[in-house]
Ligand binder design. Structure first.
Ligand code: FAD
Length: 437
């Protein structure tokens, strides 16, 4: 393998950041203007705001509104570089990573590659189910739902129509709860406008959760209220129920089958693998780090965010895999790099839990703050404000604000377009259209 082409040599020490998610982006932004060469690599050339994926899936927002071009943060800053390449292996003995485009040497390595979907070894769910761990998967869900609605409208078999309209969401955490709520709202507000003669009593939105409550990471009251809110929107919530199998047409539970040609899998995350590092450095796929966020026993390799596993007194089982942890870890590490640069001692990381929240629908949200818990309209306004402020990019923030205001006034997000990517090939003067999705 050769050296990654067109990469300037580092005059000073090079910090290689792998992953432009919440953690990686934070480190890079905070190190602007320092003496280090900051090189970020990511398999995509944009940052994704995962908390709003469900709104893309439910036709509430355009994918571009929750994505931010990574190159823009490096624009005009000479010591900051971005390359769209994929990490394949860490050769820690040589201070080198191998990517799909060539190798890169580093002085410090920051691993922040996040997590992907966990199917818990269920091959059929992996094959036929639909995950939502990237903006492109969220867009796929949107297209798939709209394609189903379009087909159901011209379908003369009630049995088939039900299968096309039913949506089964698996996993009662924030993602599943928010997704089920948003699809139930589509059914209630926007779909009857688009398909005025369709009988939507044929459509079921079902949320399946293996445990006995929703939003397990939040307070009991948040779990109870979210159940009430979902039921008020017409979602059938099945608690203590597990999906056993799925063949693309019927969802099999212990005691029943639900006809549905879409199963949205929001039931688990697994850290992205980091090949090359010894097995003993991992705990359940996450990289074990010390308080300085160094991978245990490796002085110049750090892991952050969903990928990192660090036990502190308040969090004896490690931190939750949420954005705040990733952001705070990124902040600490950037500060430590500045201290290291000044030949000072780095400081240890400790997570400050700022609270958690989830939105179930219009005017329906639950908020747990360290000092107060509240639900309903005020919680919903709080959720809107916090998420609007967290979005990367002023243009995106403005766009989302206008979008939300419009949807609030009209009960209609009006983004339900079915646009499939097409590849046009010119072959022997014949125009061929490859309609693969
Ligand atoms: C649908 C959904 C909703 C969520 N909602 C919330 C919420 O409401 N609140 C909350 O706090 N948290 C939420 N989370 C969790 C939160 O998004 C994560 O905890 C957070 O993104 C973790 O940040 P990170 O930097 O560790 O990883 P990520 O943000 O996932 O970033 C990882 C980056 O690494 C890149 N990458 C991965 N593998 C490679 C590779 N091999 N080579 C190069 N690049 C690679 C990816 O492209 C990505 O840019 C949600 C997550 C999902 C999926």
């Amino acid at each position: 393998m050769s050296y990654l082409k067109n990469l300037p040599e580092a005059e000073n020490k090079r910090i290689l950041i792998v992953g432009g998610g919440f953690a990686g982006l934070r480190v890079a932004r905070k190190l602007k203007g320092t003496g280090y060469q900051i090189l970020m690599i990511d398999k995509n050339n944009y940052h994704q705001f995962q908390p709003l994926f469900y709104q893309v899936a439910a036709s509430g927002l355009e994918p571009s509104a929750i994505s931010f071009p990574l190159r823009r943060i490096f624009k005009g800053v000479p010591n900051m570089l971005f390359r769209m390449v994929e990490l394949e292996k860490v050769e820690y003995e040589n201070n080198r990573v191998l990517t799909n485009k060539g190798y890169i040497d580093y002085d410090y390595l920051v691993l922040a590659t996040g997590a992907d979907t966990n199917y818990f070894g269920m091959e059929n769910i992996k094959k036929y189910g639909t995950p939502m761990k990237s903006v492109s998967e969220a867009l796929y869900i949107r297209n798939r739902l709209i394609a189903n609605f379009e087909e159901a409208y011209t379908c003369d078999s009630q049995e088939k129509r039900r299968q096309l309209l039913n949506v089964v969401v698996v996993g009662g955490g924030p993602t599943g709860t928010e997704l089920a709520g948003a699809i139930a709202e589509m059914k209630r507000y926007s779909l009857p406008k688009d398909y005025p003669t369709m009988d939507f009593s044929d459509m079921r939105v079902i949320l399946v959760e293996m445990g006995g409550r929703l939003l397990n990471g939040m307070s009991d009251v948040a779990g109870e209220k979210s159940l009430k809110f979902l039921e008020s929107l017409g979602v059938e919530v099945m608690l203590n129920a597990a999906v056993k199998d799925y063949d693309g047409e019927n969802v099999k539970l212990e005691d029943q089958e639900i006809p549905s040609n879409i199963l949205l899998w929001a039931a688990g995350v697994a850290p992205n693998p980091v090949p090359g590092l010894p097995e003993e450095k991992f705990f359940r796929g996450r990289l074990k780090v010390n308080e300085f966020l160094e991978v245990e026993g490796m002085k110049n390799i750090f892991a952050l965010g969903d990928l990192a596993y660090f036990e502190e007194e308040k969090f004896p089982k490690g931190h939750p895999q949420v954005a705040q942890v990733a952001i705070q870890m990124g902040d600490r590490l950037a500060k430590n790099f500045k201290l290291i640069d000044k030949k000072k001692e780095p400081k240890g990381f400790s997570y400050t839990d700022l609270g958690s929240m989830a939105t179930i629908g219009r005017k329906l949200a639950v908020v747990d703050l360290p000092f107060i818990k509240f639900q309903g309209f005020i919680a919903w306004l709080t959720w809107l404000f916090v998420h609007l402020m967290a979005i990367v990019g002023v243009k995106n923030r403005l766009f989302i604000f206008m979008n939300w205001a419009w949807s609030y006034l009209n009960f209609d997000a009006s983004l339900r377009l079915l646009i499939r990517p097409r590849k046009v090939q010119h072959e022997e003067e014949e125009l061929m259209i490859d309609d693969s999705k």
